[in-house]
Ligand binder design. Structure first.
Ligand SMILES: Nc1ncnc2c1ncn2[C@@H]1O[C@H](COP(=O)(O)OP(=O)(O)OP(=O)(O)O)[C@@H](O)[C@H]1O
Ligand SMILES: [Mg+2]
Length: 236
């Protein structure tokens, strides 16, 4: 008998997208289950950011289908996709340096003045709620970017290299928050990471992208048992 569990939270089927006349995503397919954390790993320039931006509607899918919780979302605007329950933490964070913490958080959900989800995740944001975000360290800015995404009560979080350029103690705090958010709230995640230890610690499965397509997918246990797979897609 076929398994009758819930359908995937996110499903990409042969998605093509790119910039101008150039194609960067050449038919990428993947699935993420409810509450699952999927690692998306690959070398520089292979299309990781492009894939996340295409899901978020920041780039147009030129072919293929994208479904969120069973609903086709390709062609919707980014704010519509966010409203459906997709949170995005962009590479490089993209917080507003001249805005306070509270002003940045409000941009994550214009309909809510309840910041408890952000403050519960990262208490430092409550302590420094009126500080300008530009006065923060890189790690604190990353925490703010994640908290801003959590403000929208997402069912799916897209995270683009959240540990990039951040001190280890804050990376550990961020990993802890992501682990709890997935386990306790069933939030699904696509985690782009160069930090392999963080990816293996958080993910149940990793997808390897090369040349704009998903080349292989493996459960984390298989990657621990056979590190040659990681080398194939990450070593230079
Ligand atoms: N704004 C842009 N305009 C034109 N080409 C772009 C643009 N952004 C990315 N590209 C190209 O698209 C391809 C995929 O880039 P993408 O940023 O998705 O890679 P990535 O896997 O996220 O890399 P990184 O690990 O460096 O973040 C690359 O060849 C890149 O040069
Ligand atoms: Mg990138």
């Amino acid at each position: 008998m076929p398994e009758s569990g819930p359908g995937p939270m996110l499903e990409l089927d042969r998605v093509v997208s790119g910039y101008g006349d150039g194609v960067a995503l050449h038919g990428a397919s993947l699935r993420v289950a409810e509450g699952e954390v999927l690692g998306l790993l690959g070398r520089n320039g292979v299309g990781k950011t492009t894939l996340l931006k295409t899901v978020m509607g920041l780039l147009r899918a030129r072919a293929g289908t994208i479904r969120f919780a069973g609903r086709p979302i390709a062609g919707l605007r980014p704010f519509e996709i966010a409203r459906l329950g997709v949170g995005y933490v962009p590479q490089g964070r993209e917080i507003f340096a001249d805005f306070t913490v509270l002003e940045n958080l409000r941009l994550g959900n214009l309909d809510s003045d309840d910041f408890s989800v952000a403050f519960d995740a990262f208490p430092v944001l409550q302590q420094r709620r009126d500080s300008l975000a530009g006065s923060f360290s890189g790690g604190q800015q990353q925490q703010l970017a994640i908290a801003r995404a959590l403000m929208g009560n997402p069912r799916l979080l897209l995270l683009d290299e959240p540990s990039e350029g951040i001190q280890p103690s804050i990376v550990a705090e961020i990993a802890d928050v992501l682990r709890r958010t997935a386990a306790e709230q069933g939030v699904a995640m696509v985690l782009v990471e160069q930090n392999v230890d963080m990816a293996l610690a958080l993910c149940q499965r990793c997808a390897f992208i090369e040349g704009g397509v998903i080349a292989e997918e493996h459960p984390v246990e298989a990657l621990r048992a056979d590190p040659a797979i990681l080398d194939r897609y990450l070593a230079f």
